[in-house]
Design a protein around this ligand. Structure first.
Ligand code: PFF
Length: 465
């Protein structure tokens, strides 16, 4: 271990950086359309339960493993297990980072393009016309040149921040971007609520109709809980490794979860109040953001500004997440191979950009996974969020229970906690139950997905749900 390892400059800086990792396309792009297609409030409630039961213990686990070892995932698992096999969970994390950032960078590029598109008044011609907007979006993402340029610009921002390091790059970036995201979203929510009919959007998001709930939305909510909290690939181990022993991990984990959830709810509120006020379709799927919203913004007062602000926060949210993904790879090469930060970031940021180019091209006419009947873009998205992250997360929970010991885990959680009169026995049992439950739940999701993949029918269908 290097003794000159970088550290976060402040507690607030760490919380903003970690919640910056959590808050991303998952909150503003994925959550609203998933909720829109799965019964709105019913989905929201299941999602919140999943965040608490599965998200909290695994987030705490990752932060503790990172802080205890002061190492990124491969080195951390290796050190704590004393045997070399567990380090493969770390390698799985590094692999997931490659996979996720390849497609994430492409969508990051789209957010930049749409920020500029809105700023230059481009949405005006799409006003009230979802078909035209759909065509414009498809022809943009399917073209060979434009999206790649935007993706390269996005990745350049990401590489530029990581090269500057933990404190002056990641932390400073988050300290600027996270408050901006919160403030602008706040304005968008107020705007949405002030539109006539906008409040129906609130009802859609928060008033549950449990008849809308079905097993597949539960599975979806569980998978999303992982993605949105950046769990299962060692991001939080890496961020935890830059923490000192004075930090209260429980407190920080709760802050990260609250901020992530609050921003997802704000984004959902802003989007659905605007969608309902303008009579658009709330369940229009992945195109809700890039297809439907551009047709609506021109119809509300100051549409150019609101549209531009919206896509700008989407860009910042994507960027604070993308840097946390690249940091997993950079930290691996610094910790395990002794490389310089510059060399690791530049080289692997470049490789990921190159893979991302194939991702982008797969939406047009060069699809390297055509033989699997899926675009390379969707292939990487599904591979990571359905398999790699949940497997990484479940293995982390199993590692803590079987190898590291819940007792030592609790010691690490309590390091930095002032309160002295705690019932250790009770806490150990609570942690054990939470870890077992979350690894079982995640194990079930993975089995469900695998059975769907291999036998063409998921478990829930097989048992007739
Ligand atoms: N949490 C991010 C989002 O919600 O968009 C995505 C993500 C970032 C996933 C970092 C995994 C990760 F390690």
């Amino acid at each position: 271990m290097k003794n000159n390892r970088e550290q976060w400059g402040s507690r607030l800086g760490f919380i903003l950086a970690a919640s910056g990792s959590a808050v991303g396309l998952g909150n503003i792009w994925k959550f609203p359309h998933m909720a829109g297609q799965n019964g709105g409030a019913a989905f929201t409630i299941v999602y919140l339960i999943c965040i608490l039961i599965v998200g909290l213990p695994i987030l705490l686990g990752e932060l503790s493993i990172g802080r205890r070892t002061q190492l990124s995932p491969v080195g951390a698992f290796n050190r704590l297990s004393g045997s070399s096999n567990w380090k493969w969970v770390g390698y799985l994390g590094v692999g997931s980072a490659f996979v996720i950032l390849s497609f994430y960078g492409v969508v990051g590029g789209w957010t930049l393009k749409y920020t500029i598109f809105s700023l230059t008044g481009g949405f005006d011609s799409l006003s009230g016309s979802p078909e035209l907007s759909g065509q414009v979006f498809s022809s943009f993402i399917e073209s060979s040149f434009q999206p790649i340029i935007w993706q390269i610009v996005f990745m350049a921002f990401c590489i530029g921040i990581i090269i500057k390091g933990v404190k002056s790059g990641i932390e400073e970036g988050a300290k600027i971007m996270m408050p901006l995201i919160l403030i602008i979203l706040g304005f968008l929510v107020v705007k949405g609520l002030s539109l006539e009919g906008g409040r129906k959007g609130l009802e859609f998001l928060f008033k549950p109709k449990f008849s809308d709930l079905n097993p597949s939305s539960i599975v979806l909510a569980l998978g999303h809980a992982f993605f949105t909290l950046s769990l299962g690939m060692g991001t939080m181990i890496t961020y935890g490794s830059y923490l000192n022993k004075k930090q209260n991990l429980m407190n920080s984990a709760i802050w990260i979860i609250l901020l992530d959830t609050f921003i997802a709810m704000l984004a959902g509120t802003a989007i659905f109040t605007i969608v309902f006020a303008m009579g658009a379709d709330p369940s229009s799927g992945a195109g809700l953001i890039f297809v439907v919203l551009p047709t609506i913004f021109p119809q509300i007062g100051g549409g150019i500004i609101w549209g531009t602000l919206f896509f700008f926060i989407l860009f910042m949210a994507a960027l604070t997440s993308a840097i946390s993904i690249l940091e997993v790879i950079t930290a691996y090469f610094i910790d395990q191979k002794g490389w310089s930060r510059f060399k690791a970031t530049f080289l692997f940021g470049g490789v990921i950009t190159l893979v991302g180019i194939f991702c982008s091209l797969s939406l047009g006419n060069l699809n390297v996974t055509a033989f699997l009947n899926i675009t390379f873009f969707d292939f990487l998205d599904e591979l990571s969020s359905k398999y790699m992250l949940p497997i990484g997360g479940a293995l982390t929970a199993v590692f803590i229970i079987n190898k590291w010991s819940v007792n030592t885990f609790l010691d690490e959680i309590l390091t930095g906690v002032q309160e002295k009169h705690l019932n250790r026995g009770l806490l150990i049992n609570v942690l054990k139950v939470l870890l077992v439950v979350s690894s079982l739940i995640v194990g079930l999701i993975i089995l469900n997905e695998l059975s769907d993949l291999l036998f063409g029918s998921s478990l829930q269908k097989m048992v007739g749900l």
